[in-house]
Design a protein around this ligand. Structure first.
Ligand SMILES: [Fe+2]
Length: 292
């Protein structure tokens, strides 16, 4: 860290860190933006607590990591800032939103892996948090790859897999249907990516598969592909690779889509609100080279 008071404090065993002494509502000078980027690329789940941030400020902060992309589910977009979207269990009339409450994004996934240029980085900013439950879980795909048995690592190096939105080999809670305009846009036709990617910033290798959107290993029979992907995801999602973040109002958490899986928190007590704003970014390095 530089001359500021910013410090990193680990939160979990192999994942999760808190950046303290850093006020995100203060102007993001080039030096401060660089400090935030560096802290993040060394800690792919990075939390800053106690922040009071307006939507405009969240957009500015997101741009530190790349170009903001609007979410494919139109219903949850912020009315004035389409590049931000809500994760909420409350509908616009104040009633419990049953889809947002317990059905959304509960499978392990990486956002946008079905796109030619998948999302790189995302943040969640907590506006209302339950008294218990509702933690968001992450797992570390660097550590998962690095700890694969030698034989399995050699089998997956060089493979590619096809990804398509909500058609993953173990997708149990698919996202809502696309609109006709989205279907016609050609943006949701799916994409191939290496099963093991090299992260464009860290240079480290990570497993890049997820049960929600990863359909099949290219050139492999479906049954064999399912068996291999099952083996990989069972290894990757072991408790020792995970961090679960229990939310407090004012937390902003940044995570890296290229070297982590995540899934939505469960167990929010009935009648309690859980509301967050999310930004999703694609960075130029990632567009240029997510390479095997
Ligand atoms: Fe997600």
């Amino acid at each position: 860290m530089s001359t500021s008071e910013a410090q990193i404090r680990p939160l979990g065993g192999c994942l999760g860190a808190e950046l303290t002494g850093f006020d995100l509502s203060a102007p993001l000078t080039p030096e401060r933006a660089e400090l935030l980027r560096r802290a993040f690329y060394a800690n792919p789940v990075l939390v800053v607590r106690g922040q009071e941030l307006a939507p405009e400020q969240l957009v500015t902060i997101g741009k530190v990591f790349g170009r903001l992309e609007a979410h494919s589910i139109l219903h949850y977009r912020h009315p004035e800032h389409a590049e931000l979207s809500y994760i909420t269990n409350v509908d616009k009339d104040g009633n419990v939103d049953s889809f947002g409450q317990n059905k959304r994004a509960t499978d392990w996934h990486s956002d946008g892996s079905f796109k030619a240029h998948p999302d790189s980085v995302a943040f969640l900013y907590s506006i209302a948090a339950p008294s218990s439950g509702g933690a968001t879980e992450f797992c570390n795909m660097y550590a998962a790859y690095e700890s694969l048995p030698d034989g399995l690592r050699q089998r997956v190096d060089g493979l590619k897999a096809f990804h398509k939105r909500g058609e993953g080999w173990r997708c149990e809670s698919p996202p809502p249907p696309l609109t006709e305009a989205q279907k016609a846009s050609g943006e949701f036709e799916g994409a191939e990516h290496p099963v093991v990617i090299t992260h464009p910033h860290s240079g480290r290798r990570a497993l890049y598969i997820n049960p929600s959107h990863c359909v099949q290993v290219v050139g492999m029979e479906r049954a064999a592909s399912d068996a291999l992907l099952d083996e990989l995801v069972a290894h990757a999602t072991q408790e020792r690779f995970r961090y679960a973040h229990p939310w407090k109002v004012g937390d902003i958490l940044f995570w890296d889509q290229r070297c982590l899986l995540h899934r939505a928190g469960r167990g929010t007590p009935a009648g309690e609100k859980r509301v967050m704003l999310r930004g999703m970014m694609v960075d130029r390095l990632s567009e240029e080279r997510i390479a095997a």
